[in-house]
Every structure is written in C-alpha cells, then in structure tokens.
Design a protein. Structure first.
Length: 241
C-alpha cells in the first residue's frame, strides 16, 4: 500500500517521518526542490509512506498534492499537521480525525451574510473521508472525530469563532490545507483522510498559549500507530465512503 501524506511546513513533515525511523529523500520528476520524504514502514508490512511539505493554504496544498500524486499510484492521501481546536470539543494536545472536510470560507459575502459556494450554484464545499478508515484511525490513535474546517485566514477573534460554529456546529478543528488536498485527491479517485493535532484554541489569537511542540509530538505519536490500521484496510473498506 502506498500513502501520500501532505503537510504544510517541514516541521509537520518531520513530525510525521519521525514516527517511522529511516527516511530517504526521493526526487520527483527531477524538479529542483521538489522532494518526497519516503519511509518504509517497519516489519516488512508493505506499507510505503511518502511525505511532502506542500506549503500553507488550500491552493498550495492542492497543487502539492496533485504534484505528489503524479508520482503515484497511491492508495490513500492524508492531509496532516497541526491546527486549531474548537473548545471544549477539541482541547489543546488532542487529535482530530475528520469525518468531513469542509471549505468554511469558500463562497460570497452578501447583505444577509455568508453564502457557501454550493448555494451560489457551482462547486462543492466538503468531502467525506472513508467512514471505516476514520473509525479505525480514531480507535488506534485516540483521536476524536468531527468536521475539520479549511480556512484561508486563521481565526483570530471570538466573534469569528462563534460565526464558524454557528455555520458548522459539528466542527472540531480548523486548519488551512485539508480541502485543497481533498480536491486534488478527488480528481484522481484516491480516498482522502485528514488528521490534525491541536496546538491552540480557535478564537482570540494568543501565541503565548500555543503548544506547537506538544502538538507535533502528538502528531508523531499518532502516525506511529497508523501502520496496523493501514495494513488492515482492505480494498472493500477503501471504497466505503
């Protein structure tokens, strides 16, 4: 099984690869600076994980994912990294696996408020990871499950956090890349998963309260528990959306 993991920044990429030990850099299509970090999962289980730091935001994530998938084939794409958690559902230090990946700010502002892109009559604004995989990942890692919102601007006020929760009452976390990764994966027919470690509360911006190191450590721990899940994920389950 081959898995492509897309993170935003190298620190998140390295947190993922630390879960596996030996890592090799693989040049992709001889494009300068474009390298996958490849790890062979321990135990000879046949799971190969390629990790790519693709940049921040949904556009960079979609482009990086499409680029990575071109070196495939892959059986699964994972959007991974740290993110903000909606209190009290997802406290700092917790893990969140997305039941639904939502583009929370893709649409239009109107006098009546925000209108999602689907209500404008085009596009889509959410993707569903495979239910069985989300269930098994949550059981293996202790992650809670819920909607993970993709935003282009990180929330920095209580008012914006409240507005997001009003529009998406099942939201557990926000990040900036999941929907972009899902868009690219959808176009090649590859299932997608999003897994986030919570580094801060969604709301007023307070960098002193962020726990980035703890979140990265939680991300490493989570990926260290995923190989048995991926190894046991059958073809039938891969088509369970």
């Amino acid at each position: 099984m081959r898995v492509l993991v897309v993170t935003a920044v190298p620190a998140e990429r390295d947190a993922v690869t630390r879960a596996f030990g030996d890592v090799s850099e693989v040049a992709v299509r001889e494009v300068p600076g474009a390298r996958l970090h490849r790890v062979d999962a321990p135990g000879g289980c046949g799971v190969v994980v390629d990790v790519l730091a693709g940049g921040a935001g949904p556009a960079a994530a979609a482009a990086a994912t499409a680029f990575g998938l071109a070196s495939g084939p892959y059986d699964l794409v994972v959007s991974a990294g740290i993110g903000g958690g909606f209190a009290p559902v997802a406290p700092v230090g917790s893990l969140v696996a997305a039941r639904r990946i939502v583009a929370a700010d893709l649409g239009a502002e109107t006098p009546e408020g925000f209108v999602p892109v689907t209500a404008l009559g085009f596009g889509r604004d959410w993707y569903l990871p495979p239910r069985s995989l989300v269930r098994d990942v949550a059981a293996a890692t202790g992650a809670l499950t819920g909607e993970i919102l993709t935003v282009s601007t990180v929330t920095g006020s209580a008012e914006r956090a409240a507005a997001l929760l009003s529009a998406h009452p099942r939201a557990a976390a926000e990040a900036m890349e999941g929907f972009g990764v899902a868009e690219a994966a959808e176009r090649t027919g590859v299932p997608v998963l999003e897994l986030r470690a919570v580094s801060n509360a969604v709301g007023p911006r307070d960098r002193d309260a962020w726990r980035i190191g703890d979140a990265l450590a939680a991300l490493t721990g989570a990926f260290g528990k995923l190989i048995p899940v991926l190894e046991g994920w059958t073809h039938h389950e891969r088509n369970d959306s």
